[in-house]
Design a protein around this ligand. Structure first.
Ligand SMILES: C[S@@+](CC[C@H](N)C(=O)[O-])C[C@H]1O[C@@H](n2cnc3c(N)ncnc32)[C@H](O)[C@@H]1O
Length: 277
């Protein structure tokens, strides 16, 4: 389970340090997701769980007249996003806040809400989506990506298979975390409970890149051991066991190196809906 408290602390700080790597991992998803997000006109937009801001910056670039706000629970990620906007002379406003409760100032009522993998961590997803529907403009569009089932994502399973089984009780199905929205019936029920309608799911598969360039394999090992599924387990292991698993990760990275990139398949939903309120 990964929830808002993880993002407010260690996960957010880690993603803020490694934002180039996380953007790279999504790089074969982002252009298509951006096309789906911007295929209809909009005047104000909200990026939910915007992280280091890449998608909000890209959306703002497609429509300089629109107001774009990026919202994230992690202070470290908001700091990175603001710095990137400043360097790019780009207009999005980045705000630290919990999307499940955030109240916009003045009359901001987005007619577009979007997210790249930032909506699967709410404690109470129906209440969070109901809140987002309340602050959105009537008929606003919602577009987000989220992972499909773990088994359809070798980017995770190939590495996770190297690890010993986790101790303790298994997490509840749909517990907050990267795979919380894998089941589309569950996601549909959350969105309907939150007053969203016209809900559609599109399956999209892409190679998730863990390393690129001269040191692609080293970069991939660093990615998988610091951010990926092995990170937490490795941090709790004895050195000898850790070294052995890192060697196995290196073998997997080398086996998946083509054209200067280490990549493994990832499978997502692109979910779209309309505010039915
Ligand atoms: C998997 S990361 C994706 C980040 C970013 N959208 C991207 O594509 O790089 C999930 C993001 O959701 C944010 N997040 C999690 N729960 C949140 C909440 N309740 N409100 C706002 N942001 C949240 C995290 O801090 C994190 O930046």
């Amino acid at each position: 389970m990964v929830d808002r408290s993880d993002w407010e602390s260690r996960m957010g700080d880690k993603w803020a340090r490694e934002w180039r790597q996380t953007d790279l991992s999504f790089s074969q998803l982002t252009p298509y997701l951006l096309t789906r997000i911007t295929e209809h006109s909009f005047t104000s937009a909200l990026d939910i769980g915007c992280g280091a801001g890449e998608l909000a910056l890209a959306v703002a670039e497609t429509n300089p007249q629109a107001g774009v706000t990026g919202l994230d629970i992690s202070a470290s990620l908001i700091e990175v996003a603001r710095e990137r906007a400043h360097l790019q002379h780009s207009q999005p406003t980045f705000i630290k806040g919990d999307a499940a409760h955030w109240q916009p100032e003045d009359s901001f009522a987005p007619d577009l809400l979007f997210s790249r993998h930032g909506v699967m961590f709410f404690d109470d997803p129906p209440a969070a989506f109901a809140h987002l529907s309340e602050i959105a403009a009537p008929d606003a569009r919602l577009v987000f990506s989220c992972f499909r089932a773990l088994e359809a994502n070798p980017f995770f399973t190939e590495i996770a298979a190297l690890l010993p089984p986790a101790d303790g009780a298994a997490a509840a199905p749909n517990a907050p975390g990267p795979f919380a929205f894998a089941d589309k019936d569950y996601v549909r029920s959350i969105l309907e409970a939150g007053d969203w309608s016209d809900i559609q799911f599109e399956a999209f598969d892409y190679p998730a890149i863990a390393g690129r360039g001269e040191n692609a394999v080293d970069d991939a090992v660093a990615y998988f051991t610091s951010i990926g599924p092995a990170a937490r387990a490795l941090s709790q292991m004895e050195q000898s066991e850790r070294e052995q698993i890192c060697e196995e990760i290196r073998r997997i990275a080398a086996a998946n190196l083509t054209g200067g990139k280490v990549s493994l398949q990832a499978a997502v939903w692109i979910v779209t809906a309309r505010n039915g309120r």
